[in-house]
Design a binder for this molecule. Structure first.
Ligand SMILES: *Cc1c(COP(=O)(O)O)cnc(C)c1O
Length: 220
């Protein structure tokens, strides 16, 4: 028996006001997503563009699809017709591509800039300096079909809670500083299954929770 609907209900109840639950459904079959849908979940996060597009085609159209993974520029076109939020934007080149494809579809696509806060090489993301530079870049003014609405970050994969907390604090303070000059930044996407409580305490407005809702993932 699956516990997806109970888990979704439990997590939705736990979300404080102003914190959005993104149900991370990557690798999971549409039947699992539909269980979450049936109990009211409408925001799903995926990390592979083609997998997300296939699910979008098959599922009800009132779902908001979030791309949470690293984005390859040549695949932006597959999600441009429907994606609601791209969490992990880390270059002007990518923003230009998203803008181009959004324009073709007559849409504005919301984006978050991914800031590197973990001390791991494997994590993508911009330095704080590059984030600031990107937000103030003149080139950005020309991109009318994208909107940068916040920041996203991932803490180091560790059991050390103090380290996780201090990384979240770095991201929150970067967010607060940038928000003063860029009031369109309203969303701070941080926190996953293992650290979402800490993330919410540190000011997250969007948590991305996968395995503790849908169960462990099988990668083949
Ligand atoms: C997979 C993934 C998540 C969810 O991770 P869980 O530990 O399963 O909750 C969150 N954010 C990103 C960017 C991911 O790739």
């Amino acid at each position: 028996m699956s516990h997806i609907s109970e888990n979704i209900k439990k997590y939705r109840e736990q979300m404080p006001e102003g914190v959005t639950l993104v149900a991370v459904s990557k690798t999971k079959p549409v039947s699992d997503l539909m269980e979450a849908y049936e109990v009211g979940q409408r925001i799903f996060g995926e990390n592979k563009i083609q997998e997300m597009a296939a699910k979008w085609e098959e599922m009800p159209k009132d779902i908001e699809w979030h791309m949470i993974g690293h984005v390859q520029r040549n695949k932006v076109k597959y999600m441009a017709p429907f994606v609601n939020l791209i969490h992990a934007v880390d270059s002007l080149k990518l923003l230009k591509e998203i803008n181009k494809e959004a324009l073709k579809n007559n849409r504005t696509i919301n984006c978050l800039l991914q800031v590197k806060i973990a001390d791991e090489d494997s994590k993508f993301g911009l330095s704080q300096e590059d984030t600031t530079a990107l937000l103030t870049s003149e080139n950005l003014q020309d991109l009318k079909n994208i909107k940068i609405i916040g920041l996203m970050g991932m803490a180091t994969f560790t059991d050390n809670q103090d380290q996780i907390i201090s990384e979240f604090k770095v991201l929150k303070s970067c967010f607060d500083t940038l928000q003063k000059d860029h009031p369109q930044l309203t969303q701070l996407s941080m926190g996953m299954s293992a650290d979402f409580k800490l993330a919410i305490e540190e000011g997250s407005t969007m948590v991305r929770i996968g395995s503790s809702i849908f169960g462990a993932r099988n990668y083949n």
